[in-house]
Design a protein around this ligand. Structure first.
Ligand code: ADP
Length: 372
């Protein structure tokens, strides 16, 4: 296990592109951290700086209290798993697993022992004599993870390791990697653009935005319930949070078609007079008006009328694509309450599930949950 510390770490590529801005974070021993964000936001660059594959342009990076900016990759105690499995096609699974140890000059007996132990953890024991072309994508990925695991390092770096797998295999490998992490305990930094992966696997998540700016660092719970800004609110959660733009007038949120009293959800509604704001709520936080659901009685929330454009029955829920005024929203409802397409649909947003953001700074003004 290892502890990592970043102090104002920046990366400017030789062509002048500033890929990571002022990255500050302390990662504790054994934590599982996901770096998440859209393509090009600087996740891999950050990972490569940790690995020592990219120079740090400015700032300080410490491993276990030791300044590591200039430390060679070999001395950092890391193992990396890439998106492309990078297996040697002409070597068997056993040889692929043991390859790194062979290079290090470790005795063949010890290598055999460690290959057997690693294969056992990953369920590869019956495949040790196969070649990569004789394996499924998920099995190849397991070998790639095994090659990192076998080195018994204190830091695992993973760059989109599951993106070549199909949806079902991804879910399986997700929980396998999590279990391996639990049993091995190595500090793990995992890069993904998939917020579900980040939410399900991480102790903490770092949300990054294009230009290499960290937006928020927090537990999955904190990011979901207390997003700091519109970007994080829109990034975390699937389907994404609904945003409705309007203005505060006389303590009410107003659009051409909506008029909602915001005093139940903000501490000082008067202070927001005239402000352009974004009223927001998650698709899954609503209740169906008139249907029995705890905490969604009329007086505890906003009753909104919408017109249904489309419904998608998923089995456990129905996604309802509806129109509120001129704004398209997505609502998740119990499939037994699926409305007719084209019909009027009344729903309730509990006060505690309503958010208000400043439309100009994009920062959160209030999460309704804070007052409940
Ligand atoms: P992510 O992993 O989030 O998709 P990257 O860290 O790979 O993003 O890249 C961040 C940004 O830096 C991108 O805009 C990318 O084009 C740019 N970039 C990456 N490598 C180089 C390089 N060697 N030279 C110049 N720009 C680069």
């Amino acid at each position: 296990m290892a502890q990592l510390l970043f102090k104002d770490v920046n990366k400017v590529y030789p062509n002048g592109y500033h890929a990571v801005h002022d990255f500050n974070m302390e990662i504790k021993h054994g934590e599982f951290i996901c770096l998440v964000g859209d393509s090009g936001c600087g996740k891999s660059t950050t990972l490569r700086m940790i690995a020592g594959l990219e120079d740090i342009t400015a700032g300080e990076f410490y491993i276990d209290g030791k300044l590591a900016n200039q430390m060679s990759s070999r001395d950092r105690g890391i193992a990396m798993v890439f998106q492309s499995y990078a297996l040697y096609p002409h070597l068997t699974v056993a040889e692929n697993l043991g390859f790194g140890l062979t290079l290090e000059g470790i005795d063949a007996d010890i290598i055999d022992e460690r290959v057997a132990a690693t294969a056992k953890i990953l369920g590869l024991t019956d495949y040790l004599e196969r070649f990569p072309r004789q394996l499924s994508g998920g099995q190849c990925q397991r070998v790639a993870v095994g090659r990192a695991l076998i080195r018994k390092v204190s830091i695992f770096l993973m760059d989109e390791p599951l993106s070549n797998l199909d949806a079902k295999q991804r879910v399986t490998m997700r929980s396998e990697i999590k279990q391996i992490h639990r049993s091995v305990g190595a500090t793990t930094i995992y890069v993904t653009h998939d917020q579900t992966e980040a939410m399900t696997m991480s102790d903490r998540i770092v949300v990054m935005r294009s230009g290499g700016y960290v937006q928020q660092i927090g537990t999955p719970y904190e990011l979901y319930f207390y997003p700091k800004n519109l970007f994080v609110a829109g990034f975390i959660g699937e389907p994404p949070m609904n945003f409705i733009r309007g203005t505060v007038e006389n303590c009410h949120f107003k659009t051409e078609t909506l008029d909602l009293d915001i005093s139940p959800i903000v501490k000082d509604a008067k202070a927001l007079e005239g402000k352009k704001v974004v009223f927001a709520f998650r698709p899954e936080s609503i209740g169906v008006y008139g249907a029995e659901k705890k905490g969604t009685a009329k007086e505890e929330g906003y009753v909104i009328s919408s017109k249904v454009d489309l419904t998608e029955l998923l089995g456990d829920t129905t996604n309802v694509y509806a129109n509120v005024g001129n704004v398209n929203v997505i609502l998740k409802v119990n499939p037994h309450h699926t409305p007719e397409m084209g019909a009027e649909f009344k729903f309730v947003i509990p006060h505690k599930a309503a958010y208000l953001f400043d439309a100009e700074t994009e920062e959160v003004i209030e999460s309704g949950i804070e007052r409940h």
